[in-house]
Ligand binder design. Structure first.
Ligand code: FES
Length: 148
């Protein structure tokens, strides 16, 4: 039986929004404390709306699929809406990930928040969705299942 569904495979084989935005308004890099994989997300913001997002992922297929899906989810959204997106929503949009791969979606979720955090820092802005967010924290309040 296939471990990954068609949507996950599609976003892994044909990832959307790969690359790096030149002169981004926000840039975030995050390394997973679970596996050490890395993801960088760059965003372009106009009038509080994320008009473009790109990612580079040095990680597994699930991380690539998660970041591809996550960028498509945040483009066109306001910063507040993008901050409200959880890794569970990314998994839902992907139609599910195997339990041991849940942390890969956290990587995408966290990298987005890092990019928005960078944007907020550069522009002297604060967002409710970033309250208590530490871009360098190894742990966050996401539900990361125990792994062998
Ligand atoms: Fe590292 Fe998926 S195993 S992000």
């Amino acid at each position: 039986m296939a471990l990954y569904n068609d949507t996950v495979m599609d976003h892994f084989m044909n990832p959307r929004n790969v690359g790096e935005i030149e002169n981004p308004d926000g840039s975030g890099t995050y390394g997973s404390p679970v596996c050490g994989d890395m993801m960088m997300i760059t965003i372009k913001v106009e009038d509080e709306v994320i008009v473009d997002a790109k990612f580079k992922t040095f990680g597994c297929g699930s991380a690539i699929a998660s970041s591809s899906m996550a960028t498509t989810m945040i483009i066109g959204k306001t910063i507040d809406e993008a901050l409200a997106i959880t890794n569970k929503q990314i998994i839902d949009e992907l139609g599910g990930l195997p339990p041991v791969k849940v942390h890969c979606s956290v990587l995408a979720d966290h990298a987005i928040k890092c990019a928005i955090y960078d944007y907020a820092q550069k522009n002297g802005k604060t967002y409710a969705g970033l309250e208590g967010f530490d871009p360098n924290a190894d742990e966050d309040d996401h539900d990361i299942p125990e792994e062998e």
